[in-house]
Design a protein around this ligand. Structure first.
Ligand SMILES: Nc1ncnc2c1ncn2[C@@H]1O[C@H](COP(=O)(O)OP(=O)(O)OP(=O)(O)O)[C@@H](O)[C@H]1O
Ligand SMILES: [Mg+2]
Length: 427
């Protein structure tokens, strides 16, 4: 389903065009925009795929068209004149619009909209990256390929804190000046961008999927990342939960391969491990995003809630996970630990060990005020100064990325620090 914005600027073709677009299977008109400002604001929601614009709309200029392209919205211009008219062609070319529907051709508009060429991200390609040295294999884990380690943060249903842990693990590495890619692979809708205060941007995951589909991801992966500070590159997640259909397992594989080349990799995933059947149209199964991340991870961090329901789900989740990640180290984080729940860390350790052999067990204290402050500021907890939660998160980062602990304690510099590609990030 393609979502279409229309800016007709009062031209007489609006009513018949709207009727034709709405009648076309596979197209849905998202909004009629009143002017260019309205169009520009509407594309930032990340929901539109195509914009049908009056070629002569007041204020339509090359920068407005490039704003559309930056948000992966393909422009189609409509004009009352003939589309092969020299002036019309020059005007469209100057604006950067390739698809033009002229007077007398309006009936073809839905077809043009449905088939208008996919616009790949046209932001300038970022500088090439030096390959990272091979990472050591984790304890009991398989030998990692060249570059950073891939760590998937997973956890059962009930919002135990997967995104919070993933964001802070990556944030802590960045604070240590270690290059890191944080990718939001939750097929139930992205939340990393919001936690890090990244607003109004094109989805990095959908851009990466498009580039992977076109065979360009290996070359252009940095263009799908949003730089946050100098060391953190974020691949933002799905802008709407139903857009998981656009990301295939092969795209995730390519994304992870490219991300490893840039630094350490932290993945936020969804909760479900169910293998839902791929549909007959050959589309991917929804949970293949999560399952692909787990399969390709060098280590899995499992987050569970400390309260009774959270612990029950964690126990079940550890059993379910065992079949999925045979041989990959699994580390458990019990989040939102507090004295009022009535059991000690030792009690919980006994329970976890009964269900699974884990590489490590960590506890994060419950600190709603601090976490709220972090959400409001759009910054990880680890960037907000000293706290018990920040110390526990730093200890988790020490365990998951031991090389970064050495770097942070001044014993060695395990990796080159700032990467030019991340420095180019736009905040
Ligand atoms: N240690 C903590 N102390 C207090 N609040 C926390 C803590 N960790 C997470 N939270 C809060 O719990 C809620 C869920 O966290 P988060 O979004 O990270 O979970 P999730 O597992 O990613 O959930 P979802 O299923 O929505 O993806 C958020 O409101 C978050 O602020
Ligand atoms: Mg989440």
């Amino acid at each position: 389903m393609l979502c279409v914005l229309v800016l007709a600027a009062g031209e007489p073709w609006e009513a018949p065009a709207l009727a034709d677009l709405e009648a076309h299977p596979g197209l849905v008109v998202l909004k009629r925009c009143v002017d260019v400002d309205d169009l520009v604001a509407s594309v930032t929601s990340g929901q539109a795929d195509v914009a049908v614009v009056a070629l002569d709309a007041p204020g339509l200029d090359p920068s407005a068209v490039s704003h559309l392209r930056r948000h992966a919205v393909r422009p189609v211009a409509v004009t009352g004149a003939r589309s092969d008219d020299l002036d019309v062609r020059e005007h469209a070319h100057r604006l950067g619009v390739a698809a033009v529907v002229g007077g007398g051709e309006l009936a073809s508009l839905p077809e043009v909209v449905a088939s208008v060429e996919e616009v790949l991200d046209t932001r300038p390609r970022q500088p090439d990256l030096e390959p990272l040295p091979a990472a050591p294999a984790g304890p009991g884990g398989r030998q990692a390929g060249p570059g950073g380690r891939v760590v998937a943060v997973w956890g059962p249903a009930g919002a135990p804190g997967r995104t919070t842990v993933a964001t802070n693990l990556a944030g802590e590495l960045a604070r240590r000046r270690v290059p890191v890619v944080l990718a939001d692979l939750d097929p139930y809708g992205g939340a990393v961008a919001q936690q890090l205060g990244i607003l109004d941007e094109v989805s990095g995951l959908l851009s990466a999927a498009r580039l992977a589909g076109a065979g360009h991801l290996a070359d252009r992966f940095p263009s799908t990342c949003r730089g946050v500070g100098e060391h953190l590159a974020v691949v933002t997640g799905l802008p709407r939960a139903d857009r998981w259909r656009e990301v295939r397992p092969a795209h995730v594989e390519q994304l992870l391969e490219a991300a490893r080349g840039l630094g350490e990799v932290v993945l936020d995933t969804g909760f479900s491990l169910e293998e839902d059947a791929a549909d007959l149209g050959g589309r991917p199964a929804r949970n293949s995003l999560t399952l692909g991340a787990l399969e390709q991870a060098d280590e899995v961090v499992v987050v569970g809630g400390a309260a009774p329901v959270g612990l029950t789900r964690l126990a079940r989740g550890l059993v379910d996970l065992r079949d999925r990640v045979d041989g990959t180290p699994v580390r458990v984080v019990v989040n939102r630990m507090r004295s009022s729940i009535g059991w000690s860390e030792k009690d919980i350790a006994g329970m976890v060990e009964g269900f699974s052999r884990v590489a490590g067990l960590h506890f994060l204290p419950d600190d709603p005020a601090l976490v709220d402050r972090s959400l409001v500021a759009g910054r990880p907890v680890v960037d907000l100064g000293e706290s018990s939660l920040a110390r526990s998160l730093a200890a988790l980062a020490d365990a998951v990325f031991p090389a970064s602990a050495e770097a942070s304690h001044g014993r060695a510099h395990a990796r080159p620090t700032v990467r030019r590609s991340l420095r180019g990030g736009r905040r």
